[in-house]
Write a protein that binds this ligand. Sequence first.
Ligand SMILES: C[S@@+](CC[C@H](N)C(=O)[O-])C[C@H]1O[C@@H](n2cnc3c(N)ncnc32)[C@H](O)[C@@H]1O
Length: 341
Amino acid sequence: MSSLNNVQEALLRNRHLVHGRLALVGVRDAALLNHWPAGGLAITEHFGAFERLQQVTGWVSVFGAPAKGEVPEPCNTAVVFLPKAREELTFRLKLAASLLVPGGHLLLIGEKREGIAGAVKQLKLVAPDSEKVDSARHCQVWLGKPEQHDTDFSEAAWVGWHTIEAAGVSLEVAGLPGIFSDGRLDEGTALLLASLDTVAPSGPVLDFACGAGVIGAWMQKRWGVAVDGVDVQAQAVTCAGLTYDRAKSSGNILPSDGLDAVTARYRTIITNPPFHSGVATDTSMTENFLKQAARHLNPGGELRLVANGFLPYPRLIKQYIGNCRVLVKTPRFSVYSAHRH
Ligand SMILES: C[S@@+](CC[C@H](N)C(=O)[O-])C[C@H]1O[C@@H](n2cnc3c(N)ncnc32)[C@H](O)[C@@H]1O
Protein backbone atom coordinates (compact mmCIF):
# COMPACT_ATOMS: atom_id res chain seq x y z
CA MET A 1 0.00 0.00 0.00
CA SER A 2 1.35 3.44 -0.95
CA SER A 3 1.49 6.24 1.62
CA LEU A 4 1.93 8.89 -1.05
CA ASN A 5 -0.79 11.48 -1.61
CA ASN A 6 -2.41 12.35 -4.94
CA VAL A 7 0.10 15.08 -5.82
CA GLN A 8 3.05 12.80 -5.18
CA GLU A 9 1.46 9.96 -7.16
CA ALA A 10 0.85 12.34 -10.05
CA LEU A 11 4.48 13.42 -9.95
CA LEU A 12 5.72 9.84 -9.97
CA ARG A 13 3.52 9.03 -12.99
CA ASN A 14 5.47 11.80 -14.76
CA ARG A 15 8.92 11.04 -13.51
CA HIS A 16 10.10 10.54 -17.11
CA LEU A 17 9.94 14.37 -17.35
CA VAL A 18 12.56 14.75 -14.63
CA HIS A 19 16.03 15.00 -16.15
CA GLY A 20 19.37 15.56 -14.46
CA ARG A 21 19.72 17.24 -11.13
CA LEU A 22 16.34 17.78 -9.43
CA ALA A 23 14.99 20.49 -7.14
CA LEU A 24 11.72 20.01 -5.25
CA VAL A 25 10.26 23.35 -4.15
CA GLY A 26 7.61 23.28 -1.43
CA VAL A 27 8.09 19.59 -0.63
CA ARG A 28 6.66 18.27 2.65
CA ASP A 29 7.11 14.50 2.57
CA ALA A 30 10.56 12.96 3.00
CA ALA A 31 9.33 9.59 1.64
CA LEU A 32 9.07 11.16 -1.82
CA LEU A 33 12.81 11.81 -1.91
CA ASN A 34 13.59 8.09 -1.81
CA HIS A 35 12.22 7.81 -5.35
CA TRP A 36 15.30 9.74 -6.56
CA PRO A 37 18.24 7.94 -4.93
CA ALA A 38 20.70 10.15 -6.84
CA GLY A 39 19.57 13.00 -4.56
CA GLY A 40 18.94 16.66 -5.31
CA LEU A 41 17.73 19.79 -3.61
CA ALA A 42 14.67 19.80 -1.32
CA ILE A 43 13.21 23.17 -0.28
CA THR A 44 10.43 23.51 2.26
CA GLU A 45 8.91 26.35 4.28
CA HIS A 46 7.75 23.90 7.00
CA PHE A 47 10.27 23.35 9.81
CA GLY A 48 8.96 19.90 10.80
CA ALA A 49 9.23 18.74 7.18
CA PHE A 50 12.72 20.26 6.95
CA GLU A 51 13.89 18.21 9.93
CA ARG A 52 12.62 15.03 8.25
CA LEU A 53 14.07 15.93 4.83
CA GLN A 54 17.47 16.42 6.44
CA GLN A 55 17.51 12.73 7.38
CA VAL A 56 17.46 11.61 3.73
CA THR A 57 20.98 10.94 2.49
CA GLY A 58 22.14 12.42 -0.78
CA TRP A 59 19.76 15.39 -0.62
CA VAL A 60 20.54 19.00 0.28
CA SER A 61 17.63 20.37 2.33
CA VAL A 62 16.84 24.04 2.75
CA PHE A 63 14.38 25.68 5.17
CA GLY A 64 12.76 28.64 3.40
CA ALA A 65 14.42 30.53 0.57
CA PRO A 66 18.06 29.51 0.17
CA ALA A 67 20.66 32.07 1.14
CA LYS A 68 23.46 32.86 -1.32
CA GLY A 69 25.81 29.88 -1.51
CA GLU A 70 23.36 27.44 0.13
CA VAL A 71 22.57 25.75 -3.19
CA PRO A 72 25.63 23.78 -4.32
CA GLU A 73 24.90 23.68 -8.08
CA PRO A 74 22.15 24.60 -10.53
CA CYS A 75 19.43 22.06 -11.33
CA ASN A 76 18.07 20.73 -14.63
CA THR A 77 14.48 20.18 -13.46
CA ALA A 78 12.58 22.03 -10.73
CA VAL A 79 9.26 20.74 -9.44
CA VAL A 80 7.01 23.31 -7.76
CA PHE A 81 4.20 22.09 -5.50
CA LEU A 82 1.16 24.37 -5.53
CA PRO A 83 0.93 26.34 -2.28
CA LYS A 84 -2.30 27.52 -0.67
CA ALA A 85 -1.62 31.25 -1.15
CA ARG A 86 -1.49 32.69 -4.68
CA GLU A 87 1.33 35.16 -3.85
CA GLU A 88 3.40 32.29 -2.52
CA LEU A 89 3.06 30.52 -5.87
CA THR A 90 4.78 33.35 -7.76
CA PHE A 91 7.46 33.39 -5.05
CA ARG A 92 8.02 29.63 -5.46
CA LEU A 93 7.99 29.79 -9.28
CA LYS A 94 10.58 32.58 -9.39
CA LEU A 95 12.69 30.81 -6.78
CA ALA A 96 12.50 27.57 -8.77
CA ALA A 97 13.40 29.35 -12.02
CA SER A 98 16.46 30.87 -10.34
CA LEU A 99 17.73 27.38 -9.42
CA LEU A 100 17.78 26.12 -13.01
CA VAL A 101 20.50 25.90 -15.63
CA PRO A 102 19.65 27.86 -18.82
CA GLY A 103 17.01 25.84 -20.70
CA GLY A 104 16.08 23.85 -17.55
CA HIS A 105 12.51 22.65 -17.00
CA LEU A 106 9.88 23.71 -14.54
CA LEU A 107 7.09 21.35 -13.50
CA LEU A 108 4.07 22.71 -11.63
CA ILE A 109 1.83 20.22 -9.90
CA GLY A 110 -1.27 20.56 -7.73
CA GLU A 111 -4.76 19.36 -6.99
CA LYS A 112 -7.77 20.65 -8.89
CA ARG A 113 -9.62 21.45 -5.65
CA GLU A 114 -6.63 23.53 -4.54
CA GLY A 115 -6.88 25.65 -7.68
CA ILE A 116 -4.21 24.32 -10.04
CA ALA A 117 -6.22 25.43 -13.09
CA GLY A 118 -6.26 29.05 -11.87
CA ALA A 119 -2.55 28.93 -11.08
CA VAL A 120 -1.55 28.47 -14.70
CA LYS A 121 -1.76 32.23 -15.42
CA GLN A 122 1.03 32.78 -12.89
CA LEU A 123 3.06 29.92 -14.31
CA LYS A 124 2.81 31.40 -17.81
CA LEU A 125 4.22 34.71 -16.58
CA VAL A 126 7.40 32.84 -15.65
CA ALA A 127 7.36 30.16 -18.38
CA PRO A 128 5.06 31.32 -21.23
CA ASP A 129 5.39 28.09 -23.25
CA SER A 130 3.99 25.93 -20.39
CA GLU A 131 1.63 23.12 -21.30
CA LYS A 132 -0.51 20.68 -19.39
CA VAL A 133 1.17 17.30 -19.65
CA ASP A 134 -1.07 15.19 -17.40
CA SER A 135 -4.33 15.22 -15.52
CA ALA A 136 -4.75 12.38 -13.08
CA ARG A 137 -5.51 11.60 -9.44
CA HIS A 138 -7.50 14.87 -9.19
CA CYS A 139 -4.29 16.73 -10.10
CA GLN A 140 -2.80 18.52 -13.08
CA VAL A 141 0.85 18.54 -14.11
CA TRP A 142 2.23 21.45 -16.17
CA LEU A 143 5.61 21.69 -17.86
CA GLY A 144 7.43 24.78 -19.13
CA LYS A 145 10.78 26.46 -19.64
CA PRO A 146 11.37 29.77 -17.83
CA GLU A 147 11.82 32.57 -20.35
CA GLN A 148 14.47 34.48 -18.46
CA HIS A 149 17.47 32.98 -16.82
CA ASP A 150 17.77 34.98 -13.62
CA THR A 151 19.85 33.27 -10.95
CA ASP A 152 19.62 36.19 -8.55
CA PHE A 153 16.76 35.35 -6.22
CA SER A 154 16.71 37.34 -3.00
CA GLU A 155 14.02 36.83 -0.36
CA ALA A 156 14.76 40.31 1.00
CA ALA A 157 13.34 41.83 -2.20
CA TRP A 158 9.94 40.25 -1.39
CA VAL A 159 9.59 41.69 2.10
CA GLY A 160 6.81 44.27 2.47
CA TRP A 161 5.81 46.41 5.46
CA HIS A 162 2.47 47.53 6.81
CA THR A 163 1.40 49.42 9.91
CA ILE A 164 -1.19 48.14 12.35
CA GLU A 165 -2.92 49.84 15.28
CA ALA A 166 -4.09 47.83 18.26
CA ALA A 167 -5.33 49.18 21.60
CA GLY A 168 -3.57 52.49 21.00
CA VAL A 169 -0.24 50.96 19.97
CA SER A 170 1.03 51.37 16.42
CA LEU A 171 3.42 48.83 14.97
CA GLU A 172 5.25 48.17 11.72
CA VAL A 173 4.87 44.55 10.63
CA ALA A 174 6.92 42.68 8.00
CA GLY A 175 5.26 40.47 5.40
CA LEU A 176 6.31 37.81 2.89
CA PRO A 177 4.19 35.80 0.43
CA GLY A 178 2.16 33.14 2.22
CA ILE A 179 2.37 34.59 5.71
CA PHE A 180 -0.74 34.76 7.86
CA SER A 181 -2.85 37.93 7.60
CA ASP A 182 -0.36 39.88 5.45
CA GLY A 183 -1.18 43.58 5.21
CA ARG A 184 -3.77 43.70 7.99
CA LEU A 185 -4.36 42.92 11.63
CA ASP A 186 -6.33 39.70 12.03
CA GLU A 187 -9.65 40.08 13.88
CA GLY A 188 -8.76 37.28 16.34
CA THR A 189 -5.32 38.77 17.03
CA ALA A 190 -6.89 42.20 17.66
CA LEU A 191 -9.29 40.68 20.19
CA LEU A 192 -6.44 38.85 21.92
CA LEU A 193 -4.39 42.07 22.15
CA ALA A 194 -7.39 43.97 23.53
CA SER A 195 -7.65 41.30 26.26
CA LEU A 196 -3.99 41.91 27.13
CA ASP A 197 -4.40 45.68 27.35
CA THR A 198 -5.62 45.95 30.96
CA VAL A 199 -3.08 43.97 33.00
CA ALA A 200 0.57 43.28 32.11
CA PRO A 201 1.09 39.53 31.71
CA SER A 202 3.70 37.86 33.88
CA GLY A 203 6.99 37.12 32.14
CA PRO A 204 8.67 35.19 30.75
CA VAL A 205 6.17 35.00 27.90
CA LEU A 206 5.97 32.75 24.84
CA ASP A 207 3.92 33.46 21.72
CA PHE A 208 3.14 30.09 20.16
CA ALA A 209 2.56 30.24 16.36
CA CYS A 210 3.84 33.83 16.26
CA GLY A 211 3.35 34.51 12.52
CA ALA A 212 4.87 37.92 11.69
CA GLY A 213 5.55 38.64 15.37
CA VAL A 214 2.64 41.03 15.92
CA ILE A 215 1.77 39.85 19.44
CA GLY A 216 5.33 39.89 20.79
CA ALA A 217 6.25 43.27 19.30
CA TRP A 218 2.97 44.73 20.58
CA MET A 219 3.63 43.39 24.11
CA GLN A 220 7.11 44.89 24.11
CA LYS A 221 5.71 48.30 23.13
CA ARG A 222 2.67 48.16 25.42
CA TRP A 223 4.21 46.59 28.54
CA GLY A 224 7.98 46.51 27.95
CA VAL A 225 7.81 42.70 28.21
CA ALA A 226 10.11 40.54 26.05
CA VAL A 227 8.20 37.72 24.33
CA ASP A 228 9.81 34.66 22.73
CA GLY A 229 8.07 33.44 19.58
CA VAL A 230 7.96 30.14 17.66
CA ASP A 231 6.45 29.28 14.31
CA VAL A 232 6.76 26.38 11.90
CA GLN A 233 6.76 28.51 8.75
CA ALA A 234 9.99 29.97 7.30
CA GLN A 235 8.32 33.20 6.20
CA ALA A 236 6.94 33.68 9.72
CA VAL A 237 10.34 33.16 11.33
CA THR A 238 11.92 35.70 8.94
CA CYS A 239 9.13 38.26 9.32
CA ALA A 240 8.85 37.94 13.10
CA GLY A 241 12.62 38.58 13.31
CA LEU A 242 12.26 41.70 11.13
CA THR A 243 9.18 42.97 13.01
CA TYR A 244 10.99 42.48 16.33
CA ASP A 245 14.10 44.30 15.06
CA ARG A 246 12.09 47.29 13.92
CA ALA A 247 10.14 47.44 17.20
CA LYS A 248 13.39 46.91 19.16
CA SER A 249 11.85 43.84 20.78
CA SER A 250 14.27 41.66 22.69
CA GLY A 251 12.55 38.23 22.64
CA ASN A 252 13.96 35.27 20.68
CA ILE A 253 12.29 33.88 17.56
CA LEU A 254 12.77 30.18 16.86
CA PRO A 255 11.54 27.82 14.16
CA SER A 256 9.59 24.98 15.77
CA ASP A 257 6.98 22.42 14.76
CA GLY A 258 4.58 22.65 17.68
CA LEU A 259 6.61 23.13 20.86
CA ASP A 260 9.30 20.64 19.80
CA ALA A 261 12.15 23.18 19.75
CA VAL A 262 11.05 24.90 22.98
CA THR A 263 13.11 23.99 26.04
CA ALA A 264 12.25 26.86 28.41
CA ARG A 265 9.30 27.22 30.77
CA TYR A 266 7.08 30.29 30.80
CA ARG A 267 4.76 32.15 33.15
CA THR A 268 2.49 33.02 30.23
CA ILE A 269 1.86 31.40 26.85
CA ILE A 270 -0.14 33.47 24.41
CA THR A 271 -1.43 32.15 21.12
CA ASN A 272 -3.62 32.68 18.12
CA PRO A 273 -3.07 29.08 17.00
CA PRO A 274 -3.37 27.51 13.54
CA PHE A 275 -6.51 25.76 12.42
CA HIS A 276 -5.73 25.13 8.76
CA SER A 277 -3.56 22.60 7.01
CA GLY A 278 -3.57 23.41 3.30
CA VAL A 279 -7.15 24.45 2.51
CA ALA A 280 -8.91 22.22 5.06
CA THR A 281 -9.80 22.97 8.70
CA ASP A 282 -7.42 20.97 10.86
CA THR A 283 -7.27 21.37 14.62
CA SER A 284 -4.70 18.61 15.20
CA MET A 285 -1.72 21.02 15.46
CA THR A 286 -3.49 22.99 18.19
CA GLU A 287 -4.62 19.82 19.97
CA ASN A 288 -0.98 18.65 20.04
CA PHE A 289 0.09 22.06 21.28
CA LEU A 290 -2.47 21.94 24.12
CA LYS A 291 -1.25 18.47 25.12
CA GLN A 292 2.36 19.75 25.36
CA ALA A 293 1.73 23.27 26.68
CA ALA A 294 1.44 22.42 30.41
CA ARG A 295 5.02 21.11 30.33
CA HIS A 296 6.20 24.57 29.27
CA LEU A 297 4.11 26.53 31.79
CA ASN A 298 5.20 27.11 35.36
CA PRO A 299 2.67 25.92 37.95
CA GLY A 300 -0.06 28.55 38.07
CA GLY A 301 1.13 29.99 34.75
CA GLU A 302 -1.46 31.23 32.25
CA LEU A 303 -2.43 30.09 28.78
CA ARG A 304 -4.26 32.81 26.82
CA LEU A 305 -5.71 31.64 23.49
CA VAL A 306 -7.97 33.18 20.86
CA ALA A 307 -9.90 31.00 18.43
CA ASN A 308 -13.04 30.74 16.35
CA GLY A 309 -15.86 30.05 18.80
CA PHE A 310 -16.92 26.87 16.99
CA LEU A 311 -13.59 25.09 17.58
CA PRO A 312 -13.57 22.51 20.39
CA TYR A 313 -10.83 24.11 22.48
CA PRO A 314 -12.49 24.86 25.88
CA ARG A 315 -12.83 21.13 26.60
CA LEU A 316 -9.22 20.45 25.61
CA ILE A 317 -7.89 23.44 27.54
CA LYS A 318 -9.72 22.19 30.63
CA GLN A 319 -8.39 18.67 30.09
CA TYR A 320 -4.73 19.60 29.58
CA ILE A 321 -4.19 22.95 31.33
CA GLY A 322 -6.87 23.83 33.88
CA ASN A 323 -10.21 25.50 34.39
CA CYS A 324 -11.04 27.43 31.20
CA ARG A 325 -12.62 30.92 31.38
CA VAL A 326 -14.00 32.91 28.48
CA LEU A 327 -12.55 36.42 28.78
CA VAL A 328 -14.09 37.93 25.63
CA LYS A 329 -16.60 36.62 23.14
CA THR A 330 -17.73 38.03 19.79
CA PRO A 331 -19.98 36.31 17.24
CA ARG A 332 -16.85 34.80 15.62
CA PHE A 333 -14.07 34.61 18.22
CA SER A 334 -13.52 33.80 21.88
CA VAL A 335 -10.51 34.56 24.06
CA TYR A 336 -9.87 31.81 26.61
CA SER A 337 -7.70 31.88 29.72
CA ALA A 338 -6.60 28.97 31.87
CA HIS A 339 -4.06 28.63 34.67
CA ARG A 340 -2.03 25.45 34.94
CA HIS A 341 -3.39 23.13 37.67
C1 LIG B 1 -3.56 32.03 13.03
S1 LIG B 1 -1.86 32.29 12.63
C2 LIG B 1 -1.39 33.42 13.92
C3 LIG B 1 -0.17 34.23 13.61
C4 LIG B 1 0.14 35.36 14.62
N1 LIG B 1 0.26 34.85 15.97
C5 LIG B 1 -0.91 36.44 14.57
O1 LIG B 1 -1.76 36.47 15.47
O2 LIG B 1 -0.89 37.23 13.61
C6 LIG B 1 -1.19 30.74 13.07
C7 LIG B 1 0.30 30.51 12.82
O3 LIG B 1 0.55 29.14 13.18
C8 LIG B 1 1.65 28.69 12.45
N2 LIG B 1 1.70 27.22 12.55
C9 LIG B 1 0.99 26.30 11.82
N3 LIG B 1 1.31 25.06 12.20
C10 LIG B 1 2.23 25.18 13.19
C11 LIG B 1 2.97 24.24 13.96
N4 LIG B 1 2.81 22.93 13.79
N5 LIG B 1 3.86 24.71 14.86
C12 LIG B 1 4.06 26.05 15.03
N6 LIG B 1 3.39 26.98 14.32
C13 LIG B 1 2.49 26.56 13.41
C14 LIG B 1 1.39 29.25 11.07
O4 LIG B 1 2.58 29.30 10.32
C15 LIG B 1 0.82 30.65 11.41
O5 LIG B 1 1.84 31.63 11.38
